[in-house]
Design a protein around this ligand. Structure first.
Ligand SMILES: CCCCC[C@H](S)C(=O)N[C@@H](Cc1ccccc1)C(=O)N[C@@H](C)C(=O)O
Ligand SMILES: [Ca+2]
Ligand SMILES: [Zn+2]
Length: 308
């Protein structure tokens, strides 16, 4: 008999109830959303990348208790919907590519990443992180890396790498859409400490990251140097985006349209901060006109962080 759509229910990492699309086949339910082409797997704590994507998650009664899996699946659906409705982009490749997510990768793995083919989420060690798919800005960050790879394909090192990280943070936060929506990872970072975050876009210095070119960190392009500081120098373009939103009166969605157009129409693999400045000015010009307040605001936003 053929597989049929079903609606699963369950609790996320933080104990919140949610429902999501599953597939029912021969009396078993699978964590597969065929309307959005999403599939969610478990690595069962193996760290062997050769075994990815691992095992497609299944359940007997369509009530799901694996919070990391529930969130990876439901948040991937939210990210899919954001790209489709806001930018008319069908999945990360624009052509409906399958979005595959694997949870429980490794043991106490304090990270999540896109490996060129799928999303991979660690469970965290329980003190630095709880399972990382438990935050929508994380899932948005990782799927945006796939979008970046299929568009500008920014090289993951130095300034192009910091832009790669920054665009992932910007879109991750736009999708999460919070009031003080400038924090990264706040939902899954340091469960014993409230109010902190892994990064802050509005106040990068609060986490030791630069918010101005004067403080750009020239780190070695090695894993130990965070590939030239891609997670720290991202503070500069992150701050530029916050400046743009907060000084122009533009909506977050329209600011996102400027950043998305810059990324997909003008930026290339070796774009640096100055190229990103030019690309976002051009995108704002395309969308709002050369004498628009948006063009003035984006120009000033970059100037305020020492770019241009
Ligand atoms: C394994 C190799 C490194 C890949 C880094 C991935 S893309 C990444 O940037 N992951 C995010 C996860 C994240 C996103 C948003 C909010 C919280 C956490 C990240 O920032 N990782 C940090 C811990 C890092 O790698 O330094
Ligand atoms: Ca956030
Ligand atoms: Zn990243």
């Amino acid at each position: 008999n053929k597989a049929t759509h079903a609606t699963g229910t369950g609790k996320g990492v933080l104990g919140d109830n949610k429902s999501f699309n599953t597939l029912s086949s021969s009396g078993t339910y699978y964590l597969q959303d065929s309307t959005r082409n999403l599939k969610t797997y478990t690595a069962r704590n193996s760290a062997n990348e050769n075994l990815l994507p691992g095992t497609l998650l299944s359940d007997s009664d369509n009530y799901w208790t694996d919070g990391a899996a529930v969130d990876a699946h439901t948040y991937a659906a939210e990210v899919y919907d954001y790209y489709k409705t806001k930018f008319n982009r069908n999945s990360f490749d624009g052509n409906g590519a399958a979005i595959k997510s694997t949870v429980h990768f490794g043991r106490n793995f304090n990270n999540a990443y896109w490996n060129g083919a799928q999303m991979i989420y660690g469970d965290g060690d329980g003190s630095t992180f709880v399972p990382l798919s438990g935050a929508l800005d994380v899932v948005g960050h990782e799927i945006t890396h796939a979008v970046i790879e299929r568009s500008a394909n920014l090289v993951y090192e130095n300034q192009s790498g910091a832009l790669n990280e920054s665009f992932a943070d910007v879109l991750g936060n736009l999708i999460e859409d919070r009031d003080n929506g400038w924090l990264l990872g706040e939902d899954i970072y340091t469960p014993s400490v409230s109010g902190d975050a892994l990064r802050s876009m509005s106040n990068p210095e609060s986490q030791g990251d630069p918010a101005h070119m004067d403080d750009y960190k020239n780190l070695p392009n090695t894993r130990e140097g965070d590939w030239g500081g891609v997670h720290t120098n991202s503070g500069i373009p992150n701050k530029a985006f916050v400046n743009f939103v907060e000084t122009s009166g533009i909506t977050r969605d329209n600011a996102g349209k400027v950043w998305y157009r810059a990324l997909t129409s003008y930026m290339t693999s070796r774009s640096d901060f100055d190229d990103a400045r030019n690309a976002t000015i051009q995108a704002a010009t395309d969308l709002f006109g050369s004498s628009s307040t948006e063009v003035t605001a984006v120009t000033n936003a970059w100037a305020a962080v020492g770019v241009g």
